[in-house]
Design a protein around this ligand. Structure first.
Ligand code: NAD
Length: 262
C-alpha cells in the first residue's frame, strides 16, 4: 500500500511508543518520515535505519526539544528543506507528572503544558503555510481520554489534553476550505513498555495475579479491560491521512475501550 507515496510526515515524540508506531505505519504506506524525540544515538539510528530498509522510504531524525518553540520551528524548517514539504504533522510528544494540585511543582506544570500543548501550536503554526500552498494537509494530535474526562492528580496533563481538543477544533475550522484536516486521537491506556514494567512490582505490592493487576488496577477505568495497542492507534492515524477521511475534521476520536462512554 503506497497511498502516501511522495508525502512527508513529521511525527513528534516518535522514538518510542505510539509515535514510533505511527511513523512505521505511515512509512509502510509510502511516506518519508521525520523522526523526533529522546533516545541514544544508537537507538535512534536503529529505528531510522529500520524504517528506511523495511519500507524503502527516506527518513531523518531531529532531536528538537518540543519544549522549545525555536527548535520546533527548526524541526519543520529542516523537514521542508530536506524533503520539500511537510504534508502530515503528528503532534505526539508527551510527558506526564502526577501530584496533588497544592504540591504540583510550577516548573512541572510549565513543562507538561509546553510539551503536550504548546508544542502542537508551534508546529501547526509553522507547518500550515506550506500545506496551504500545496493544497493538502493532515494534522493529527495524540490527545488522550484525558482530553474528555479528568483523573485526580493529573491537573497539568488533563488541562493540556483538553487544550488539544480545543486547538484541534479551532484549527479545523480555520482550515476547512484549504483541503487540510485537523483531528485528534484520544487513546485510553495503551500497551507500552512503560506500562508493562509496572506489572511485576504491582503484583508483589498488592499480592495480585498479573491478570488482576491489569484489569483491577491499570484498567480500572477501561470497560473492555484490555489495553489499546500502539498499532491500533497508528492505524487510526493512517486512516485519517487517507482520501476517505477528507471530511473528518475537528474530530476528537476516542480509542479507549469504552472509557469515556461511561
Ligand atoms: P512514550 O513515552 O513511549 O513516548 C513519548 C515520546 O515523546 C518519546 O518519543 C519521547 O522521547 C518524546 N518526548 C518526550 N519529551 C520530549 C521533548 N521535550 N521533546 C521531544 N520529544 C519528547 O509514551 P507514549 O505512550 O507513546 O505517548 C505518546 C503520546 O500518547 C503522548 O502525547 C501521551 O500523552 C499520549 N497518550 C498515551 C497513552 C498511554 O496509555 N500510553 C494514553 C493516552 C495518550
Amino acid at each position: 500500500m503506497t497511498i502516501l507515496k511522495g508525502k512527508t510526515a513529521v511525527v513528534t515524540g516518535s522514538t518510542s511508543g505510539i509515535g514510533l508506531a505511527c511513523a512505521r505505519v505511515l512509512a509502510a504506506a509510502g511516506a518519508n518520515i521525520v523522526l523526533n524525540g529522546m533516545g541514544t544515538p544508537a537507538e535512534v539510528e536503529k529505528e531510522c535505519s529500520a524504517i528506511k530498509s523495511e519500507f524503502a522510504v527516506k527518513a531523518i531524525y531531529s532531536p528538537a526539544d518540543m519544549a522549545k518553540p525555536i527548535e520546533i520551528a527548526g524541526l519543520i524548517a529542516l523537514s521542508e528543506a530536506t524533503f520539500g514539504s511537510v504534508d502530515i504533522l503528528i503532534n505526539n510528544a508527551g510527558v506526564q507528572h502526577v501530584s496533588p494540585i497544592e504540591e504540583f511543582p510550577p516548573e512541572k506544570w510549565d513543562a507538561v503544558l509546553a510539551i503536550n500543548l504548546s508544542a502542537a501550536f508551534h508546529a501547526i503554526r509553522a507547518a500550515v503555510p506550506g500545506m496551504k500552498r500545496r493544497g493538502w494537509g493532515r494534522i493529527i494530535s495524540t490527545a488522550s481520554a484525558h482530553s474528555r474526562v479528568a483523573s485526580p492528580f493529573k491537573s497539568a496533563y488533563v488541562a493540556a489534553k483538553h487544550g488539544i481538543d480545543g486547538l484541534t477544533k479551532t484549527v479545523a475550522l480555520e482550515l476547512a476550505r484549504s483541503k487540510i484536516t485537523c483531528n485528534c486521537i484520544s487513546p485510553g491506556y495503551v500497551w507500552t513498555p512503560l506500562v508493562e514494567k509496572q506489572i511485576p512490582n504491582t503484583m508483589n505490592a498488592r499480592n495480585m495475579r498479573r491478570d488482576e493487576v491489569i484489569s483491577d488496577v491499570l484498567l480500572a477505568a477501561q470497560p473492555t479491560k484490555e489495553f489499546v495497542t500502539v498499532e491500533q492507534v497508528a492505524s487510526l492515524a493512517l486512516f485519517l491521512c487517507s482520501d476517505e477521511a477528507a471530511q473528518i475534521t475537528g474530530a476528537n476520536l476516542a480509542i479507549d475501550g469504552g472509557w469515556t462512554a461511561a
